[in-house]
Ligand binder design. Structure first.
Ligand SMILES: C[S@@+](CC[C@H](N)C(=O)[O-])C[C@H]1O[C@@H](n2cnc3c(N)ncnc32)[C@H](O)[C@@H]1O
Length: 211
């Protein structure tokens, strides 16, 4: 890794090619599948980027806090929510989630591919503490293709330190506190900028905090 995942890095990302791609980005399919049966309440999208997931949650009746370190991404999300008539349902918060502490807990804490400069599992452990009793934690993250097969060297994937396996994530969740509902690893094909297809390796962990 030849850079730090700090706010300058993420602002550069959101001001470059990614900005074009995120204008057409659809909400994450894992969120749609996992959150469809949840009763709306308060939600935090940790590392919300351009806001596709936060806006989808708002459209389903959730009151959403959308937090990200990159001002550029938040500005885009805010504008997009306003255009969708959902501006009042989403609060856009600029925060470094490796140090930020929310004032309240949430009925749903979700994150999609956020990887701050702190170790990935430490980040997941932090956001898990922000789930209210009876609430849901939904982690959608990168699974590095080499994580189970160390001979695998696939280019164009996020670095291994931004990834975690389902087993490593569920090991953070004490059985006395959490019911693990979903712990899956999967892959899907996505069409990126320029119509290029690429394979995305995902990890999805959904857990309910015991009341
Ligand atoms: C790979 S992008 C994913 C964005 C969005 N969730 C999505 O799925 O399209 C990772 C996001 O995490 C944000 N991020 C990285 N480090 C962060 C930190 N320390 N605090 C808050 N957000 C952070 C980045 O700005 C970026 O928007």
């Amino acid at each position: 890794m030849d850079h730090t995942f700090d706010s300058d890095y993420w602002d550069r990302i959101w001001s470059g090619d990614r900005a074009t791609a995120m204008r057409s980005s659809a909400p994450n399919p894992h969120l749609l599948a996992q959150a469809a049966d949840l009763a709306p309440g308060s939600a935090l999208d940790a590392g919300c980027g351009g806001g596709a997931e936060a806006i989808w949650l708002a459209s389903r009746g959730w009151t959403v806090t959308a937090a990200d370190i990159a001002r550029t991404a938040l500005d885009f999300g805010r504008e997009r929510a306003a255009t969708a008539g959902l501006g009042a349902r989403v609060e856009w918060v600029q925060a470094d989630l490796s140090t930020w502490q929310p004032e309240a807990t949430y009925d749903l804490v979700t994150t999609h591919y956020a990887h701050p400069a702190i170790p990935q599992l430490e980040f997941y452990g932090r956001i898990a503490t922000w789930v209210a009793p009876g609430g849901t934690l939904l982690i959608v993250g990168h699974l590095h293709p080499g994580q189970h097969d160390h001979t695998h060297r696939d280019e164009g994937h996020p670095p291994a330190e931004a990834s975690a396996t389902a087993a490593a994530i569920t090991a953070l969740l004490e059985p006395a506190t959490w019911d693990v509902v979903t712990a899956e690893e999967s892959q899907r094909t996505m069409t990126g900028p320029g119509g290029r297809e690429r394979t995305i390796h995902d990890v999805v962990v959904r857990a309910t905090r015991r009341p």
